[in-house]
Design a protein around this ligand. Structure first.
Ligand code: PLP
Length: 415
C-alpha cells in the first residue's frame, strides 16, 4: 500500500503545485466518512468543496454510473442520447423551467452565461452601437466567486484571483453585495447583466436581506438586464431547497450550476429562460454559438439525473433543513458562551461560523488554525476569508455523524 508520504512526494515531483494542500492522502470515502492512506478516519463536514452532494460513493450513484458505463460513455454532440435529456428534465422540473446547456465546471457554466449576455446585449443594444458590441457590462458583487477563467475572473469580486493576468476582458464591475443602490450606481448604457450568488459561498456564507433578490429582479426588469444566479454552491439541495433562490419569490433569467450537480464528477450546467436561451439556439442564430465536446457525456449525465431522483425519493431537502436547524442551534449555543465565535449563519447544510480571533483568550489566530486542529482530531471542515469556518456536509449525512463532527469542532473552539 502506498503511504501518504509517497503520494505527497510523487505529487510534488510530477504535478504543478498550484495550491497548498494538507499533508493527508485520502484513499476511500463512504457517505460522510473518509479514510487516509494510514487508515485514519475523518468525519467530512465539507464534502469535496460541495461537489459530492450525496456523500462519497453513494450506492445509487455508483449503480447509475456502473450501469451506464456498460452501455455507452460518449458519442459526441452530433447525436442524441437519453441521459442528458433526463438530467436536463430533472433540473428544469425542480427549477424555474428554462433550457439547459451542460459543460464541465462552475466556471464553465458562468463562462457560457457571460457569452450569452454578450449575444443578448448585441440583440438589445439600447443606446449603444451594436456594431461595437452593444451592451456588455456585467455587474457582480465584491467577495463573490464565479470562477478563474478569463470571462469569469472579471466577475469574481476578489482581486487576488485576477492578479498577474492583465490585460483582462473589459466590461466588469464589482459592487457591494446585498446593496441595491450599489447596483443602481452602475446602471449605464453598457450594462447588460447582473450576476450574484443567492448566498455568497467563497465570500464566507453571506446571506442577503430578504428583500435583496426580489428587488434585484425588479431592477433588472426595469432596465432590461439579464439576472444571473450563480448557484454553483447553493444548487442541488444544499440550502434545503432545490436551488438557493427558491427561498425567495424570485426567478432568474439564467442559473448556473456546478459542484453538486455532478455529485463529484465534472459537470457544469447553465440554465436559461426563454428571454436568453434563444441566443444560443443555432436555429435562431444560424450558427453554432457555443458547444463543448464532453459536456453531456453519458456517465456524468446518468449521475446528475440520479442525484435528483435520490434527493426527491429520500426527502433530502427536508433533511437538509432539519439538520441545518439542528447544527445552527448547537453552534448558536456555542457562540452565546464563547466570545471567540462572533456569529453563526447559514441555510440548510451550508453553514458559516465567523470567528473573532481578537477576543480575549481566543485559542486561535485565524480560521485556518481551527481547521488544522480539527483535522488532527479527525474532522474535515474549511476556512474562508481568514475568519470564517464553513461547513457543507453531504445531504445524506446522519445526525450521529454530524454531531460527531460538531463535538470535535466545539472542543477545538473551546480550546
Ligand atoms: C459560486 C461559485 N461559482 C463558480 C465557481 C467555480 O466553479 P469551478 O471551481 O467548478 O470552476 C465556484 C467555485 O468555488 C463558486 O463557489
Amino acid at each position: 500500500m502506498t503511504t501518504t508520504q509517497e503520494i505527497i512526494a510523487s505529487h510534488e515531483q510530477h504535478m504543478i503545485v498550484n495550491l497548498p494542500r494538507y499533508p493527508i492522502a485520502v484513499v476511500r470515502g463512504q457517505g460522510s466518512l473518509l479514510l487516509d492512506a494510514e487508515g485514519k478516519e475523518y468525519v467530512d463536514l465539507f464534502a469535496g468543496f460541495g461537489a459530492p452532494i450525496l456523500g462519497h460513493c453513494h450506492p445509487d450513484l455508483v449503480a447509475a454510473v456502473t450501469e451506464q458505463a456498460k452501455k455507452l460513455w460518449h458519442v459526441g454532440n452530433l447525436l442524441h442520447t437519453e441521459p442528458q435529456t433526463l438530467a436536463a428534465q430533472a433540473i428544469t422540473r425542480h427549477g424555474f423551467g428554462g433550457r439547459v446547456f451542460f459543460c464541465h465546471s462552475g466556471a464553465d457554466a458562468n463562462e457560457a452565461a457571460i457569452k450569452l449576455t454578450r449575444l443578448y446585449g448585441k440583440a438589445h443594444p439600447g443606446k449603444t452601437d451594436p456594431a461595437q458590441g452593444g451592451r456588455y457590462k456585467v455587474i457582480s458583487a465584491t467577495r463573490s466567486f464565479h470562477g478563474r477563467s478569463f470571462a469569469t475572473m472579471g466577475a469574481t469580486g476578489q482581486p487576488a484571483v485576477r492578479e498577474g493576468f492583465a490585460p483582462l476582458l473589459p466590461g466588469y464591475v464589482n459592487v457591494e453585495y446585498n446593496s441595491l443602490p450599489a447596483i443602481q450606481a452602475e446602471l449605464d448604457d453598457l450594462a447588460v447583466a447582473v450576476i450574484v450568488e443567492p448566498i455568497q459561498g467563497e465570500g464566507g456564507v453571506i446571506l442577503p436581506d430578504d428583500s435583496y433578490l426580489p428587488a434585484l429582479r425588479k431592477l433588472c426588469d426595469q432596465h432590461d438586464l439579464l439576472l444571473i444566479f450563480d448557484e454553483v454552491w447553493t444548487g442541488c439541495g444544499r440550502t434545503g431547497r432545490y436551488f438557493g433562490h427558491q427561498h425567495w419569490p424570485v426567478t432568474p433569467d439564467i442559473m448556473t450550476l456546478g459542484k453538486g450537480v455532478g455529485g463529484g464528477l465534472p459537470v457544469g450546467a447553465m440554465v436559461a429562460g426563454p428571454r436568453a436561451a434563444e441566443y444560443f439556439d443555432y436555429r435562431t442564430a444560424n450558427l453554432v454559438k457555443h458547444a463543448t465536446t464532453l459536456g453531456n457525456n453519458c456517465l456524468s449525465m446518468a449521475v446528475t439525473a440520479a442525484i435528483f431522483q435520490v434527493i426527491e425519493r429520500d426527502n433530502l431537502l427536508q433533511k437538509a433543513r432539519d439538520l441545518g436547524t439542528h447544527a445552527l442551534g448547537r453552534l448558536q449555543a456555542l457562540a452565546a458562551q464563547n466570545p471567540a465565535v462572533k456569529s453563526v449563519r447559514g441555510k440548510g447544510l451550508f453553514l458559516g461560523i465567523e470567528l473573532n480571533p481578537d477576543a480575549p483568550n481566543a485559542p486561535f489566530k485565524a480560521a485556518g488554525d481551527v481547521v488544522q486542529k480539527c483535522l488532527d482530531r479527525g474532522l474535515l471542515i474549511n476556512a474562508a476569508q481568514k475568519v470564517v469556518l464553513r461547513l457543507a456536509p453531504a445531504l445524506t449525512i446522519t445526525q450521529k455523524e454530524l454531531d460527531r463532527g460538531l463535538d470535535i469542532l466545539e472542543a477545538v473552539l473551546r480550546g
